[in-house]
Design a protein around this ligand. Structure first.
Ligand code: 5RP
Length: 231
């Protein structure tokens, strides 16, 4: 499967749901990037669009094509949020956060009237968990938080879970909000909503990459076509 072709097609398909004058939640990652690319034709045609970006990277891209950038606090309405995902199950639960933007992505998706997820077809899985679950945590007391997370995962039946502080090229990764990201290798997650609640009850945990019951539509694509899951 040509995954890039799938991402591009999914992004272009989602752009068909955008209407003139909308305020958009703009996700982060390579698939979301294709969606923003597809909006360039609309702004070039004189459409006024406002965007609430979920990362600095998306902000720069959206600004460059003439989308008016606003913060979530400058609007009471986000008409449509569009974002990628790392995994999605048939119940439309997601694991997100591969790009370390999960907190802002969840705030924006949760505030939107409609949340459309875009993905190449390889992202659709029978059960979540092959992708390590990102968890965003506060830097203060992070090692203590990690100990609590390990204990909670053991208590929830995830024996042997790997919990790693995300680092790239020797440097600890921080979210745009200055938080740390843990990647939790869990294996199959049978009850994602319950796990989300368990982890968020731990002091120091800011957000998890489990997006449960949030997506209204998932657009999957590959080079041959598109398929849609709907809530
Ligand atoms: C960023 C995300 C991304 O949406 C997710 O990682 C998918 O990325 P890509 O579209 O590059 O495959 O959650 O935090």
């Amino acid at each position: 499967m040509d995954r890039q072709a799938g991402k591009k097609r999914a992004g272009e398909e989602a752009a068909k749901y955008v209407e003139r004058g909308m305020t958009l939640g703009l996700g982060t990652g390579s698939t979301a990037r294709y969606f923003v690319d597809a909006l360039a034709a609309k702004t070039a045609d004189g459409w006024h669009l406002r965007g609430v970006p979920t990362s600095q990277e998306t902000r720069r891209q959206a600004e460059a094509i003439g989308i008016e950038i606003i913060t979530p606090d400058e609007t009471t309405v986000i008409d449509l949020a569009v974002d990628g995902t790392d995994e999605a199950d048939p119940q439309m639960n997601l694991i997100k956060g591969g790009g370390a933007a999960l907190l802002r992505e969840k705030i924006v998706a949760g505030a939107a009237r409609r949340f459309i997820v875009i993905a190449d077809k390889s992202k659709r899985v029978a059960a979540l968990g092959a992708f390590a679950l990102p968890v965003e945590i506060e830097p203060f007391g992070w090692a203590l938080t990690v100990r609590h997370i390990r204990a909670a995962l053991l208590g929830a039946g995830f024996d042997g879970a790997g919990v790693e502080l995300r680092a790239r090229e020797g440097a600890v990764v921080k979210s745009d909000g200055g938080h740390l990201i843990l990647d939790c290798a869990l294996g199959r997650i049978d009850d994602p909503a319950n796990l989300d609640g368990t982890l968020k009850a731990i002091p120091g945990v800011i957000e998890t990459g489990l997006f449960c019951g949030m997506a209204d539509m998932i657009i999957y694509a590959d080079e041959t076509g598109v398929s849609i899951d709907q809530a």
